[in-house]
Design a protein around this ligand. Structure first.
Ligand code: 8YV
Length: 323
């Protein structure tokens, strides 16, 4: 485990924690840094104001909002280390303007998130949550077999955001006999999968639209009523990225009017609040943002977040800077 290299007599390096961090991260951070825990203070904003001039780094807990206002209150800030691959809760432009590097935790969660995308896809198309409820309420014995559903094999998945996680999803779809198409802002050179120039064109070609792109302003609600209409009445939407990418109102509307067949969602626009209109439906499979929620992934994420902080304050290259 990497430790901070410091000279005797060096002043402690103070890090701001806006939210509680993973136990493993806390343990390691406590060994090498002095921690300023805003979440323990009775008034977090007043706390940040008071300690702001001392803060040299932020160890960001899950989805902590780090906006320009906050960054402006931290004149000595040198690094923001995010816990998570997605950095949509951090104002990257504001950090960049000040020359403050931001790090994230890619790769170590890729396989678990991709596994979950496949579980959501199969669970949604084969209606596994509804079938489970059917059995538990005694309908199997009372009403007979559960109605037939649909095959996944032989169909086309459109991956919206063919990055690390999208590629891992594509690798899992191949042995299932599901063809992959994709949309990114730009086509990937030498990519074996057919490219579509817009989310709507991708949805039009696909039976399953799988969202695995970053969140943030550039992708806000890019899956709207037009894209859902293009997906069509036999199409399914799967989202393991960010709730902000999908227009939730348009999704409820499309489900209600049978413009798409179903949806599997691990992410929502105002977590942990989930629209009641989705909760009440049988054609959706809903999960509480558990894509990377395994002991292994979270421990690796915690270590990577701390390794980036240790590298920075030891004068070493960052392991996973966000570019
Ligand atoms: C979260 C994620 O970080 O990596 C991401 O972008 O969405 C997740 O892995 C995780 O939910 C932290 O709580």
């Amino acid at each position: 485990m990497k430790r901070l290299t410091r000279k005797p007599g060096d002043a402690p390096i103070e890090l701001l924690l806006l939210r509680p961090v993973h136990d493993r991260a806390l343990q390691r951070l406590e060994q090498d840094f002095s921690l300023l825990k805003a979440y323990d203070a009775p008034d977090a904003a007043a706390f940040v104001k008071a300690v702001g001039p001392r803060v040299r780094g932020i160890a960001a807990g899950a989805h902590a909002a780090i906006d320009r206002d906050l960054i402006d209150q931290l004149p000595r800030l040198e690094i923001i280390a995010n816990f998570g691959a997605g950095c949509d809760s951090i104002d990257l432009a504001a950090a960049r303007r000040r020359g403050i590097p931001v790090t994230n935790t890619p790769d170590v969660l890729t396989d678990d998130v991709a596994d979950l995308a496949i579980a959501l896809l199969i669970g949604t198309v084969r209606q596994l949550p509804a079938a489970d409820r059917y059995l538990r309420r005694g309908s199997w014995a009372g009403r007979g077999p559960y109605p037939l559903t649909t095959s996944c094999g032989g169909r086309i998945a459109g991956i919206l955001g063919l990055g690390r996680i999208g590629l891992a999803i594509a690798a899992r779809l191949a042995p299932m006999g599901v063809a992959v198409h994709y949309h990114n802002r730009r086509p990937i050179a030498d990519c074996p999968f057919p490219y579509h120039a817009s989310p709507a064109a991708l949805a039009d070609a696909a039976d399953f639209l799988i969202v695995s792109c970053p969140g943030g302003a550039a992708t806000e609600r890019i899956v709207g009523s037009d894209v859902l209409a293009a997906l069509g009445p036999d199409g399914y939407l799967i989202n393991v990225a960010r709730g902000s990418v999908v227009d939730e109102g348009a999704l409820v509307d499309a489900l209600t009017h049978r413009r798409i067949r179903g949806a599997g969602l691990d992410v929502f626009s105002r977590e942990p609040d989930v629209p009641a209109a989705l909760i009440d439906r049988d054609d959706v499979f809903l999960l509480p943002h558990v894509g990377s929620a395994t002991t292994q992934a979270r421990e690796a994420m915690a270590n990577l977040m701390v390794d980036n902080l240790v590298a920075h304050f030891s004068g070493q290259p960052l392991l996973t800077p966000v570019v």
